[in-house]
Design a protein around this ligand. Structure first.
Ligand code: G3P
Ligand code: CA
Length: 248
């Protein structure tokens, strides 16, 4: 394929509540190539899908994700904030989400750092993600990414081949190539506004796939595709598909 991959940011979050089953399902129906989602640890050390570690913005309730059990969180409404018609959406474990996606598309699991408060949490997070991928047969369909260097290093120390992506929001000039080499990264996920032909060439020279986030306008799609990125992380799945001329 010589077009950028369509990577649905938190599912089809431009039209549906982010990180919900309906947002993932609609993204697949709209022919995304990959789904990006966010993961935290619960109080009882399960993997829960959500962006914020605090409830309140997209999830009804208050407090932190790691002060609640998986079963408590699975009762939480995470759709009403977006529109009343999505009030049936409940928080999901990563396992539930991967089972529902059923290997129809690739998945970019972004590990969030806020609930990783001790070395033990890093170990549990790494073990849980890796064992789930094995259990469900997702190895060839997964990229694990994080802004947190420590979790990426931990995972690589436990698994030599799983695909790892480095998330970056800092300078366009100082890319994390030492980390790239240390963890044998597969991909580099930079803020799209930081990308230019020079740093993309440097990433490609390192053998990396370049997956910028989060581009939502035709102007940004034009810029990124002219720079030969390998995928575009977007909330606007259909707009990107139309821009790329992908037939359905
Ligand atoms: O993975 C790219 C992007 O999702 C990183 O930022 O805050 O949307 O998780 P955020
Ligand atoms: Ca994310």
């Amino acid at each position: 394929m010589n077009r950028p991959l369509i990577i649905a940011h938190r599912g089809y979050s431009g039209k549906y509540p982010e990180n919900t089953l309906i947002a993932f399902e609609r993204a697949i129906e709209c022919h995304c190539d990959m789904i990006e989602l966010d993961v935290h640890l619960t109080k009882d050390s399960h993997l829960i899908v959500a962006h914020d570690h605090l409830l309140g913005r997209t999830v009804n309730g208050r407090g932190a994700i790691d002060s609640l059990s998986l079963s408590d969180l699975q009762k939480k409404d995470c759709g009403s904030w977006f529109k009343k018609e999505f009030s049936d959406q409940r928080m999901s474990s990563l396992k539930e989400v991967l089972i529902k996606i059923n290997k129809r598309v690739s998945v970019n699991i972004e590990i969030k750092h806020e609930t990783l408060k001790s070395p033990g949490h890093y170990k549990i997070m790494a073990e849980k993600v890796l064992s789930l991928i094995e259990e469900l047969g997702y190895r060839d369909l997964i990229i694990i990414s994080s802004f947190d260097e420590q979790i990426l290093r931990k995972i690589r120390s436990m698994d030599a081949t799983v695909r790892l992506g480095i998330l970056d929001h800092e300078s366009e000039k100082t890319l994390k190539f030492n980390l790239v080499r240390d963890i044998k990264a597969f991909s580099y996920h930079h803020n799209h506004i930081r990308l230019n032909s020079k740093n993309i060439q440097q990433m490609h020279n390192e053998g990396l796939k370049v997956y910028p986030y989060t581009a939502n306008t035709v102007k940004s799609f034009e810029k990124l595709s002219s720079l030969n990125v390998d995928g575009i992380i977007t909330n606007q799945v259909e707009d990107l598909r139309e821009f790329l001329g992908v037939k359905i």
